[in-house]
Design a protein around this ligand. Structure first.
Ligand code: ZN
Ligand code: ZN
Length: 337
């Protein structure tokens, strides 16, 4: 049913294929910004840097982006660009992965390096465009396809992450810079007059995902657990479903306007609520069906998700999302029953 390639989430996979490790699955072209919001994407042209002809074509045409498979994209020059989001906060793209950074007079606060090649490109751009180097490097969570390559910034940067991410990176000898400062709940960084609030909002897509908030730019960076106008990936295999809802509510309660996800187009605070409501609709439908003694086959068509039909991945993953929720609550009721 789905054409999504599956990779194991390992250093080898991430390194070998330009960090296209499908830890989250959102590195597929169907979730690319130009596929989800082509109008917005076509309008915006700031600081664009496309890596060669193939990259330029992918940027210009959502159809091209759609037609590429992850394997093809890997074989071509990577699409890389830097776009100003608000104030001194910028978004960095490497193919289907994104991170953000803030430029201050005292240096740069950067987030996920993505991989060594991408980080090397970014390091050079920061030097030539802003005459700055990275002072803080924040890992969004421990998945290699987002945080490989941290060693590129290690000569100037202090690396920050959640304590569980630090432990995994150390214990599994991940191919990135080790974490220097770890925390469990919240940490505020200040560099050159810019404040950056880091907060752990509970388990969701991983057990160590942070949100990175830039209060002055009213921008929040969150990776893999709040897609913008996209369904969840496949059958929620990695997720802590029950806690995911709480996580989203905690983000909704934060003060920000712009949402910068780790994949796909930019969004707003409203997209957090929309994604929570999508998951809740599935949860409520699954639970009602289970209580009524209906089978999964009977439950699937009975859940009305039509208002999300234009979201990325809907055709491919609607049923898988329902299956994942059903599996989760079947196990959950066994555990608690
Ligand atoms: Zn992830
Ligand atoms: Zn991801």
């Amino acid at each position: 049913m789905t054409r999504i390639a599956r990779f194991t989430c390992s250093n080898a996979a991430a390194d070998a294929v330009q960090a296209q490790c499908s830890c989250c699955g959102y590195d597929d072209p169907i979730f690319a910004p130009e596929a989800i919001a082509p109008e917005a994407f076509a309008r915006r042209d700031l600081f664009k840097r496309a890596g060669g002809l193939a990259g330029a074509a992918a940027l210009a045409s959502p159809l091209v982006a759609h037609a590429q498979t992850p394997q093809l994209a890997q074989a071509q020059s990577p699409v890389r660009e830097i776009v100003q989001i608000a104030g001194n906060v910028y978004r960095f793209r490497n193919n289907f992965h994104f991170s953000v950074f803030a430029v201050t007079p005292a240096g740069v606060v950067a987030t996920d390096p993505i991989n060594a090649d991408a980080a090397t490109w970014l390091k050079n751009e920061l030097r030539t465009r802003f005459n700055q180097s990275v002072r803080y490097l924040v890992y969004s969570h421990d998945h290699p396809d987002h945080i490989n390559g941290g060693e590129v910034f290690a000569d100037t940067a202090t690396v920050v992450a959640h304590a569980r991410a630090r432990d995994k990176i150390r214990d599994e000898r991940r191919r990135t810079a080790p974490v220097n400062i770890a925390f469990s709940e919240a940490l505020t960084l200040e560099l050159g007059g810019t404040v950056v609030d880091l907060e752990y909002v509970g388990r969701n897509h991983s057990d160590n995902s942070l949100v990175v908030r830039f209060p002055a730019a009213r921008t929040l960076f969150a990776v893999d657990f709040i897609p913008v106008e996209s369904v969840a990936f496949r059958d929620l295999h990695e997720g802590y479903v029950e806690e995911w809802f709480d996580s989203l509510k905690r983000v909704e309660a934060m003060d920000f306007d712009l949402l910068a996800p780790g994949h796909g187009p930019m969004g707003t605070k409203a997209h957090v609520r929309q994604f929570r409501e999508y998951l809740e609709t599935i949860r409520d439908g699954v639970l009602a069906g289970m209580r009524a003694g209906r089978s999964l086959e009977e439950i699937r068509p009975g859940i009305d998700l039509q208002k999300y039909a234009n979201w990325a991945g809907y055709a491919q993953m609607r049923d898988l999302n329902i299956d994942g929720m059903h599996r989760y609550y079947t196990l959950f009721s066994r555990r608690s029953g």
